[in-house]
Write a protein that binds this ligand. Structure first.
Ligand code: PBG
Length: 333
């Protein structure tokens, strides 16, 4: 055949494929989510094989392991004892609480590792919502923001490098930015959950922290988060959220979940010049793990291909429970 253009010429050998490869994965692209609890042993999360709730000493070791693999940022999530959960989530202000304690310990032992936190009330609230719930089951926006500002300050004071508001209240990025600046934390950044969808893919995470919306005999509790997290049917709305977070001072934007929302990653990456992150969430992890344990898929190839798809869609950073395994596999390559 007389073909002038033969794309296969650039696929002939691994050397040539490497020459023209457009996207690469690097351990420094990963942000590693870690669960912690108030016990002195680690406990595997049943719906997330290979992922644990760590005690503080175990956490420190795991973070050293991640650092040695090339990972440069971790994000911490606390499993708070039920006895400490209240309607106002006030345990999140406790300077001696689990998260401030873990941050201080990590900053002492391995100060180079960047630490991101999660700002929202769900791990601390007996109602299991990210915001305050009134007697009629309404999630209160502006009142919640006052609490989130305080929570952010506590985390910054403990040594957090990035505050990660995951609550989806309107105006929280700007409010947290001003609160941080006012307290002298102008160097502390914000990685905002910009387009966070109301998704069933968070299921395993909610069992890990026991943080799902719960019944409360005193009042009505909505059993889902649809009045604040985004409708999975929408994409233009994600651009409004991105514009707001950027304008309000977010340093890094994020899309969540990941795999089913790569169109949103692509759209926002075309819109913003800020670094963009995507969250390869718990349900995505669990599905891959379950199929891998049954030997139905090749875990390593599936994971690396999935993570690469985030880069191709335009994300610079990927929050992923596969962070350590993937970094190891990249080293072996
Ligand atoms: C809490 C929060 C959630 C996740 C991160 N922060 C759950 C939720 O919004 O219900 C989910 C992470 C995952 O599924 O891996 N605001």
């Amino acid at each position: 055949m007389n073909l002038i253009i033969r794309p296969r010429r650039l696929r002939r050998s691994e050397a040539i494929r490497e020459m023209v490869r457009e996207n690469h994965l690097n351990p420094a692209d990963f942000i590693y989510p870690l669960f912690i609890h108030e016990k002195d042993y680690k406990e595997e999360i049943s719906a997330m094989p290979g992922i644990y709730r760590w005690d503080i000493a175990g956490l420190v070791k795991e973070v050293f392991r991640a650092w040695d693999l090339g990972i440069r940022c971790v994000v911490l999530f606390p499993k708070i004892d039920n006895s400490l959960k209240t309607e106002d989530g006030s345990e999140c202000f406790n300077e001696a609480g689990l998260i401030p304690k873990a941050i201080r310990m990590l900053k002492k032992e391995i100060p180079e590792m960047a630490i991101m936190t999660d700002v929202a009330l769900d791990p601390y609230s007996c109602d299991g919502h990210d915001g305050l719930v009134d007697d009629n089951g309404k999630i209160l926006n502006d009142e919640t923001i006052e609490v989130l500002k305080k929570q952010s300050i506590i985390q910054a004071r403990a040594g957090a490098d990035f505050i990660g508001p995951s609550d989806m209240m309107d105006g929280r990025v700007g409010a947290i930015r001003s609160a941080l600046d006012l307290e002298g934390f102008s160097d502390v950044g914000i990685i905002s959950y910009t387009a966070k969808f109301s998704s069933a893919y968070y299921g395993p995470f909610r069992t890990a922290l026991d943080s799902a919306p719960k019944k409360n005999n005193k009042k009505i509790i909505p059993d889902n988060k649809s009045t604040y997290q985004m409708d999975p049917a929408n994409s233009k709305e994600a651009l409004i959220e991105a514009a707001l977070d950027q304008y309000e001072g977010a340093d890094i934007l994020m899309v969540k979940p990941g795999v089913s929302y790569l169109d949103i990653v692509y759209r926002i990456s075309n819109f913003t010049n800020k670094p963009l992150a995507a969250y390869n969430v718990s349900g995505e992890y669990s599905m891959v793990k379950a199929a891998a344990l049954k030997n139905w898929i090749d875990e390593k190839d599936i994971v690396l291909e999935t993570l690469l798809s985030f880069k191709r869609a335009g994300a610079k950073l990927i929050l992923t429970y596969h962070a350590c395994d993937a970094s190891k596999w990249l080293k072996e390559k």
